[in-house]
Each structure stands twice: as C-alpha cells, then as structure tokens.
Design a protein around this ligand. Sequence first.
Ligand SMILES: [Mg+2]
Length: 249
Amino acid sequence: MPSMSAPSTTSLHNGDPVVAWDCVDTVLLDMDGTLLDLAFDNYFWTEFIPAHYAQVRGMREKDAREALLDRYRSIEGRLAWYCIDHWSEALDLDIRALKRTQRHRVCYLPGATDFLAWLRETGKRVLLVTNAHPYTLALKVAETGLDAHVHDMVSSHNFLAPKETRLFWHRFHAGEPFDPSRTVLIEDSLPVLQAATEFGLASTVAIRRPDSRRPPRQIDGYPSVDGVRELLNPAQAAHPPVAAASCNS
Ligand SMILES: [Mg+2]
C-alpha cells in the first residue's frame, strides 16, 4: 500500500557517510519504496482500483477515489492495510486477479540492482523485510527476480504484526538473531524506522523518493538518501572508513 501520510521533512548527513558499513553485519531492506518503485503501488491503489471500483459500482471516478482514500487512511499502518485479502473482502473485488493484470508495472527504483549486487559482494547478510502480503511478495519476486539478490525474505504477515510495531521486531528477531548494534534498516516508512529504532537498531536510513513519479520528501530525524543508489556514491566510498573501535559493539 502507498503511504497516505503527509510527507514530513531534511536529511542528516553532516559530511559523514550515511551508513558506517564497516560497523554493519546485517542489512535489512524494505521492498516497496526502497528497492521497488512505489509508483506501482500508488498507481494501483489510488488510480487503478478507484477507476475499477467506480466502473463496477456505477460511480464517478472522483467520488470512488475519495471514498477509497478515506477507507485506506482509516487503517493505515495496520496489518489489514497491507492485506490484499482484507481489501478483496472489504471492496468486493478480486485484488489478487487485479494485481496480476498490472504486474508488468512492477519495477526497481533507479540503481537498486547495482546496490544489491554491491551488497552481495560485501559478504554481509542481506534480508528483505516487507509489509507486503505474501501473495504480493511472490508476484513482485516473479516479476523482478528480487529473491536472487537477498539471502532471505520476510513478510510481516507471517508474524501477525506490521513492521510499524515493536512486536514485529521482537518476533522477527526471535527467529533471526541479528545483532541490532551491527544492523542497518533501509526503509521509506518513518513509522517503521521509529519502531525499529525503539527496538534497538543502531542504524537506519530513510528513503526520500520512494515513488519515481513524485518529488523527494524532506525527512527529519533519520539519515536519508533520495534512493539506495546514493549509498554507492563514489564520494561516500572515498570517505575514510570508520574505525572498528568507533562501532557500537
Ligand atoms: Mg516501503
């Protein structure tokens, strides 16, 4: 699902590298809006579904969009918001079938595959951690081959709690014993970054431009980049490596 929240707002670079890679063993990557273009989800939920819903119900498209956006906002950030079975029932539409008709629109954000290839070369453990429903995850993996770039993939639906909750992070960590002090989360959702920080993750990066069709957001409170390709910025690579003694472990 796309974010219904108003964008918040300035990055924190201060000349330091966004990620102290020498201090990181495990990389947790969000999918939609971090690796894959949120343009797909924004189009699907705020244009395609309202148009289809309006046609089925004999409504004006504008009215259908307003009504659906209100319904999306009412449960934003809860697991049901990400659940295509919830929306199939709530809207009386076959969301799985409708998603399949639009799957050709699923694509990587600029530079994401280069970033993933580089990450694999570093030898770090790389995990995809998404709120996407397992069906949506499978459909997007089939379209992009994303599974080949990561060691494992996790849907929060399998933990019965969204990434916006500390409960998710505790349940996830129980089965995946990463060291929070040596783990980075790269993510476009600020509530998710907040929950992960409260759980104890030492390093986070916010994505300012999750949708290639929209301008970057300003982000307060987290190190941020427009997109993951900036994490491969040659200027950053040239920055002196962080001494091991300065790592939080
Ligand atoms: Mg996301």
